[in-house]
Each structure stands twice: as C-alpha cells, then as structure tokens.
Design a protein. Structure first.
Length: 461
C-alpha cells in the first residue's frame, strides 16, 4: 500500500512537472515568435504614418505594402490573424490594419486594410491598458473571433520619438496548442504509467529484498523457535544487510542459542531427576528394576509414531518415567509379596494411581504428567481403575502408557512369575485390542514388537 501510494505521488509530480514545463515552453516559444514578428514588422512599418491611415482609410500604395507585409508574416509564422492597432485613449478605439486568411473554416472575406471597428471587449481593453499605461513589453490573452478561439499576443509599436503609438498583435488558433497539449499529455501519461509500474515493481522487489525478506526471516525463525520445533536454525545468519536488521538477526541468533542451551540444561536436569526418582520407585520392588525407564522409552516411541513433536515426546517420556510414583505410598510388604494378593491388598495397590497423581499435581511445566500416573490402569472397555473411564474419554497419555506398561510387565520377571516370551506378549496385546487397549495405540505396539527381531524390548536378566 505504501509503495503504491508513493509511486502514485511520484507519477503525479512527474506528470504535473512535465505538463507545466510543456506549457512554459510553448509560451516561451510563442513569445519568441511574437518578438520576432514585431521586429520584422517594425522594420517595414512607419508608425509616423498611422495618424494618416486613421484619418484616411482609403487604400493606397502604403496600404498595399502593409497588406503584403502582414500577409508574408502570417504565412511565415503560420498565424490566423495579424494586425496593427492604433488606440486613442481614453476610449481606446481600435483601428485595425490586418490580414486574415481565408481558410477551410472561414467563409468570409478578409477585412480590408484600414477597416475601422470599435472593440470594447474587456480582454482587449485590459491588455491594451497594460501596454499603454503600464509599459508592458508583451501581453497575452485568449479571445474568440469569427474564425474561432485564438491566443493573442500584443507588443508595443513606438514612433520616431520613442512614444507608443500602436499595438502589433498576432493571433494563433488555440486548437493547435490544445491538440499538441493533449497529445503531449497522453504521451506523458503513458510514459508516467509505465514508469510508475516499473518503479512500483522495482521498488517493491528492492523493498522486499532489503527489508521485508530479512524481517520475515527473523519473524519466522523466532516463531519456529518459540514453538519449540527444534534447535536454533542458521536462517538468521543469511541476513546480510550491513545495517540494523543484520545486527538484530545476529542478536536474535545468539539469544536463541543461549535460550536453547539453558533449555537443554533444564531439560537434562529434569530428565535426570525424573530418572533418578523412577529408579528409586523401582527399587521398592525387587522384581521391577528398570521398569519405569523401559515403559518411558516404549511410550516415547509410540508418541513419535503417533506424529507427536519432539517436545511432546519428551513430556510423555518424563510422564511415563513417573507413572508409578504413587507406589511410594504402598507398603513394601504388599509390593514385594511373592504370593497372590488378597482382595484387601489389591485394593491398596489400586490406590497408587491416585497417590501418584496427587504427588505430581504440583508440577505444572510438564503437561498431563499427573494424568499419566492417574489413568495408566484404565481399560478401553471401561473396566479399569481408578475412574472406570472408557474409549477416547481416557486421556491419550493414559492410553499410551497403559499399553507400554502392560507389555513391560509381561516381558519382565515378577514375584509371581518369570518374564513371558515375545510371542506370548504379542498375543496378549493383540487379544487386548478394543478391550484393555486403544486399538490404534495397540497396533503401533504390535508393529514395534514385530520390528524387534532380537527381542531387545524386555528386561535384560
């Protein structure tokens, strides 16, 4: 918008300047022609004879000579009318000695030399006064006569005593000038429009390259980095403007690297803290060494295959690490019991999701971390605990951890049995689709099992 307005204003200025220059040039050329005509007329006319012409308008040899002179000037300078006017103040009665050619649009006979008319038009009187009373060397005005509209210019004629005794006037058809001005205006408008388009396009390309592109590069990179889509990119280093924008881009690049490094330190610290806590949790059960870490790794892989971002996968990994944190509140004798649990003991075990959610509820920087602990024992058919939710009502993180947790439980040694084979674990997962597990997530787990040709996804004894 700004570029278009600037281009329009510039084109308007160019057109106005060109138009005024054309008018000025025309007037200067016309004035120069009038002065040349005046010089030629003054060389042949005898102003001292004007009084005699006025007293006796009968054509004589002098009249014929004047007529011949005026006709030659008309032909030479392409005029419509040329006249010598003696003005007698204060009425300013004009006695015209002029030649008016008969053209294709004039059907009347030229005025004879010495024809007397009274002209009281304001434009005549005004310009005449400027010559006689104000001493103007050249006056110009537009009139309408029998042959149409004309531009008339008048210059003074002096007698032998240096007194102004007459006016020499020349008329030129204004249409010639109007047509030339229109043609010039059309040409200028076309050229200005072409220039305007070229200017707008060129300036826009330059403005885009010089300012918009660097600004968009900085904006896109900061937005990408703010969305935590990865490491700081090198796009900011491509801004080479040698000005404030390059300095800004370099500053943003340095800031991103500082922020990223700090985030990595905090992330690593958070992950290591979660892993340490998970190890402490697993240590309560002599038969679940590494269980939380394996569940976290399986859950992160499932999340990645679901199309989650790196940040989302990282948060799911930490949530899965702490999914059993509630077991801190379960007595060791129940957790490590080798025999079958009593109904009362099983009810105590079932409280660990709620205990875990309560412990994690104060952690707000990792989304859904409490949900992972609370919902990982829910079943897709609604027969799980602690809330008995079913289907998609179970938060996704709970459905992901449920599959990963069940698989690792089957492929790990427990107090009540040894780890199951990969085929048995796969069969159990397949049979649980739509009942215990979310079908989509369970199918991803099956694909992961099928890819594990060497059965590495298990507790390593």
């Amino acid at each position: 918008m700004f570029i278009s307005v600037a281009g329009f204003v510039l084109c308007a200025l160019i057109f106005a300047t060109s138009y005024l220059a054309f008018n000025l040039q025309f007037r200067e050329q016309y004035d120069a022609s009038i002065r040349e005509i005046a010089a030629a007329a003054r060389a042949s006319l005898n102003p001292d004879d004007f009084a005699k012409y006025r007293a006796d308008p009968t054509p004589d040899q002098k009249h014929a000579e004047v007529l011949e002179l005026l006709q030659r000037l008309v032909d030479e300078f392409d005029l419509n009318v040329i006249y010598v006017s003696e003005v007698e103040p204060p009425e300013y009665r004009h006695i015209f000695y002029f030649y008016d050619p008969v053209g294709p649009s004039t059907k009347w006979t030229p005025y004879p030399l010495g024809y007397e008319e009274d002209y009281y038009e304001e434009s005549y009187n005004r310009t005449t006064r400027r010559v006689y009373e104000e001493g103007a060397e050249l006056v110009r005005h537009t009139i309408k006569s029998r042959s149409g509209s004309h531009i008339t210019a008048q210059v003074p004629v002096y007698d032998s005593n240096g007194k102004i005794v007459a006016l020499l006037g020349a008329q030129k058809n204004v249409q010639e000038f109007v047509d030339a001005r229109k043609s010039f205006a059309r040409t200028v408008i076309i050229m200005v429009l072409i220039f305007g388009v070229v200017f707008v396009v060129a300036f826009k390309l330059y403005f885009d390259f010089r300012f918009i592109k660097p600004i968009m590069t900085i904006t896109d990179e900061t937005n990408r980095f703010a969305d935590a889509t990865g490491k700081p990119g090198d796009a900011l280093l491509t801004v080479k403007n040698k000005d404030e924008l390059e300095t800004l881009a370099l500053s943003v690049y340095k800031m991103e690297n500082v922020v990223y490094n700090n985030i990595m330190v905090l992330t690593r610290m958070t992950t290591e803290t979660a892993e340490s806590l998970a190890s402490a949790i697993d240590a309560k059960d002599a038969y679940t060494h590494g269980h939380s870490t394996r569940v976290a790794e399986y859950s992160r892989d499932i999340a990645r295959r679901l199309g989650k971002s790196d940040a989302e996968c990282r948060n799911i990994y930490i949530s899965a690490l702490l999914h059993d944190v509630g077991k801190i509140g379960i007595p060791n004798e129940i957790i490590n019991k080798k025999g079958k649990l009593t109904p009362e003991e099983y009810e105590v075990i079932k409280t660990h999701p709620a205990i875990g959610a309560q412990i994690l509820s104060n952690i707000t920087q990792i989304p859904h971390i409490a949900s992972g602990a609370y919902y990982h024992h829910e079943r897709y058919d609604g027969n799980g605990y602690p809330s008995g939710l079913s289907g998609k009502k179970i938060p996704e993180i709970g459905r992901i951890i449920a599959v990963a947790d069940a698989y690792d439980a089957m492929t790990s040694n427990r107090s009540y049995r040894s780890q199951l084979s990969q085929d048995v674990a796969r069969k159990e997962i397949g049979q649980g689709i739509g009942a215990q597990f979310d079908p989509d997530i369970a199918k991803i787990m099956l694909a992961m099992i099928d890819e594990d040709k060497e059965f590495k996804m298990r507790e390593q004894v």
